[in-house]
Design a protein around this ligand. Structure first.
Ligand code: ADA
Length: 723
């Protein structure tokens, strides 16, 4: 019978020839990958340890190592793996010796690689063996598959009527063997059983009146145990949990789970933490789950790659609806297509049994740099693979603002997401309402979600008059107040995902006064502070009654008549400012008029048993620490639009005016949308056609029109140059 031994402890880690002792999970970028350093270490490092002899067939199991991993046992090359986010195994039976210590040498490399995703993205690619490593030993000659990319060797497909289909594969001979399948309910009672010949791949069982996995309302889980038997004796055993549920998407009413209309109230999550990088344990995963429960979300987008198996398990248990994805992101490249297919297959095979997962996302913002060669065909190929591997879940992609509503990319997946940052990178928050309505009118058949939206919020920056781009906690909260209303007003929009639940490491960033971090989280990177925006969502989503006065950290504030905001899911809130009481009836966002006096002011919000008290200091001298320090980049940086990332095959502001005006696609757009015909031979156009746009754009950026220029450039990048 197989036995699992964890070998996380006692590794020698060698970087640049220097060795140290480490335990797994480990990353060498825990510090330099998330702030301070100009560059983070990207290269080849070595992990070594010895292992004793193990009986039976023996397998090494890595739950995650980023990015390329090569494995050697006693100096012999065993194999390599090229996906930084999935589980992989190698059989080492013939390479370990009984009479001596066996050396394990693992080379991990996170150098940028043109054949591998992710190559360009807004998060740190932490290197290391950052998840568990196990040895599976004493495996029988014939056993449930360990090398078919799956986690446990069986794929369970439950139906709401109680039928449960299970597919399993045996590695080794099936001669004279049988397979027994037993389903137990959450209380451990046996509810179905079946025994068949071992070579029968697909088996059907039946649960009488199954209890449905009903998301957060009742995340009910069954367990399937499969036993391989020889002459009635068990020689191998595996088990996995599953949930019985049915769902579909409707273009008018959104998402239906077990017959009920459910709006996905979602947040996105990256898998890293302050000073830990991606090397997390169950404790950190569980803490994240608790925070997501507290905000009242019912759905999580696990961006932008496969997360730790443990996290999907926690989602099954908590009842979150999970969007799972692969890091096919930012720049499509045919060179990376083979790896993209491999990553998708691993994602689906390893996570097939999770009831929490409702879709497979095959790409994120892949149209961002315009129409790369082979893009649509490449995405279509991934979409087809997902369908072939799993006919029970829809495919999805997350598009980005500059991908046209009419893009053929939008017609590929079964359901769709769009990432928009109106009110942060571009235009104002109202832009989201306009875009959603325009989309709805143009494409009523498409099933849309808002797969990302967000704004940076620094817990040390504050303003009584927040404005876009000031990085204050107050602007971030204002931004989300607008978006949640826009989302709730539109029933056809099946869901939305705040970008992001937590601040996360992004080594390429330097803004808002900090290096190496994306600060769009509702909660800080160390999970210690819930920003005001967190409570906006808690008010709209959670049933747990609370009151929260915004601006707890905005201590030094102007005196005189001021607005005080309270976020709450109670109907009535009483605010007391220096003993002066006001009661307001309202809905989620309560705005009180108050007078702030010079010096200490005690402010208390109360509703029933809920209270929140803050103390602020009235002063007419603005606190200089509340604005970005001199020399910090205050211009909102759209990380994807720096000039060195310009696709030369498409138009950009590096071109001359004439190149743009006479481009056939521009002419078509001008004719269809603006009813303007651009005639090359018009005398007025002759002299201006040669004007280069680069110096004009530079000047306009200096004069403060950088965002408009950046948007214009992004738009031009979606148009191919004439051949
Ligand atoms: C993109 C991208 C994210 C992200 C975000 C941002 O839209 O999909 O990875 O980090 O931008 O914050 O700019």
């Amino acid at each position: 019978m197989r036995k699992i031994t964890n070998i996380n402890s006692g590794w020698d880690f060698i970087k640049d020839g220097v060795a140290e002792k480490v335990d797994l999970p480990h990353t060498w970028n825990a510090v330099d990958g998330q702030g301070g350093a100009d560059e983070y270490y990207r290269g080849r490092c070595v992990y070594e340890r010895t292992i004793p002899y193990f009986d039976g067939r023996v397998y090494l199991e890595f739950c995650g190592a980023n990015t390329v991993c090569e494995v050697f046992v006693n100096g012999i090359y065993i194999g390599s793996h090229e996906n930084g986010y999935s589980m992989f195994r190698f059989e080492i039976t013939d390479f370990i010796k009984a009479d001596e210590e066996n050396t394990l040498r693992v080379i991990v490399d996170n150098t940028a690689n043109e054949f591998l995703y992710p190559e360009m993205a807004d998060f740190t690619f932490y290197g290391g063996i950052y998840r568990d490593v196990n040895i599976i030993s004493e495996v029988a000659q014939s056993h449930f598959a360990l090398l078919d990319m799956s986690l446990c060797g069986m794929y369970i497909t439950p139906k709401a009527d109680g039928r449960v289909f299970v597919k399993s594969l045996i590695e080794g001979s099936c001669m004279g063997l049988t397979k027994e399948f037993v389903i137990t309910d959450a209380e451990g009672n046996e509810v179905a059983k079946r025994e068949v010949e071992a070579d029968k791949d697909a088996v059907k069982l039946f649960i009488e009146e199954p209890v449905l996995w009903d998301a957060t309302a009742n995340p009910y889980l069954y367990t399937m145990t499969a036993r391989l038997k020889k002459d009635g004796e068990i020689i191998d055993e595996i088990s996995d949990r599953f949930g019985v549920r049915e769902f579909y998407f409707d273009s008018v009413k959104g998402f239906f789970l077990n017959g009920k209309n459910v709006k996905m109230k979602g947040v996105s999550r990256h898998q890293d933490r302050w000073q830990m990088g991606n090397a997390l344990t169950l404790k950190e995963h569980a803490e994240d789950i608790e925070l997501i429960k507290e905000v009242g979300a019912n759905s999580i987008r696990l961006a932008h790659y496969q997360h730790d198996e443990k996290f999907y398990d926690l989602c099954d248990e908590a009842g979150f609806l999970v969007w799972a994805e692969i890091p096919v992101i930012s720049n499509f490249s045919k060179k990376k297509q083979a790896q993209a297919k491999f990553m998708l297959e691993e994602l689906i095979r390893q996570n097939y049994n999770h009831p929490s997962i409702y879709c497979w996302s095959v790409a994120n913002e892949i149209g961002i740099n315009g129409a790369a060669s082979g893009l649509a065909a490449g995405i279509k190929e991934l979409n087809d693979i997902a369908h072939a591997l799993d006919s029970t879940r829809p495919t999805v992609t997350a598009q980005v603002t500059m991908t046209s509503i009419n893009s053929k990319l939008n017609e590929i997946p079964d359901i769709l997401g769009y990432n928009h940052y109106y009110g942060w990178y571009m235009q104002t928050v109202e832009g989201i309402d306009k875009w959603l309505d325009k989309f709805r009118e143009a494409k009523p058949h498409l099933k849309l979600s808002l797969s990302e939206y967000g704004a940076e919020g620094m817990t040390n920056l504050h303003s009584a008059n927040p404005v876009q781009g000031d990085y204050t906690e107050e602007y971030q909260a204002y931004y989300h107040e607008h978006y949640i209303k826009a989302i709730n007003e539109r029933d056809w929009l099946w869901g939305s995902y705040v970008w992001n639940m937590f601040d996360f490491g992004s080594a390429i960033r330097n803004e808002g006064g900090v290096k190496g971090r994306n600060n769009k989280g509702l909660v800080t990177f160390d999970r210690k502070i819930k920003k005001d925006a967190f409570f906006v969502y808690k008010a709209y989503w959670s049933d747990e009654k609370f009151v929260h006065i915004a601006g707890e950290r905005f201590v030094d504030r102007p005196t005189g008549e001021q607005k005080i905001k309270v976020y709450s899911n109670c109907d009535k809130v009483t605010l007391t400012v220096n003993g002066e009481k006001t009661e307001l009836e309202g809905d989620k966002i309560f705005e009180f008029d108050a007078v702030i006096k010079e010096g200490e002011n005690v402010i208390t919000a109360k509703s029933g048993k809920c209270t929140h008290k803050i103390t602020v200091n009235g002063t007419d001298i603005p606190n200089p620490d509340y604005v970005l320090p001199d020399g910090c980049e205050s211009f909102v940086r759209n990380w994807f639009s720096s000039s060195d990332e310009i696709n030369p095959d498409n138009l950009s502001l590096n071109d001359n005016l004439g190149d743009i005006l006479f481009n056939s696609e521009v002419q078509r757009l001008a004719k269809n949308h603006a009813k303007i015909t651009i005639d090359k031979d018009m005398p007025i156009l002759k002299p201006i056609a040669k004007i280069p746009l680069k110096p004009i754009s530079k000047l306009a950026t200096k004069l403060g029109a950088g965002e408009a220029i950046s948007m214009a450039n992004q738009f031009l990048q979606t148009i191919e140059k004439d051949k």
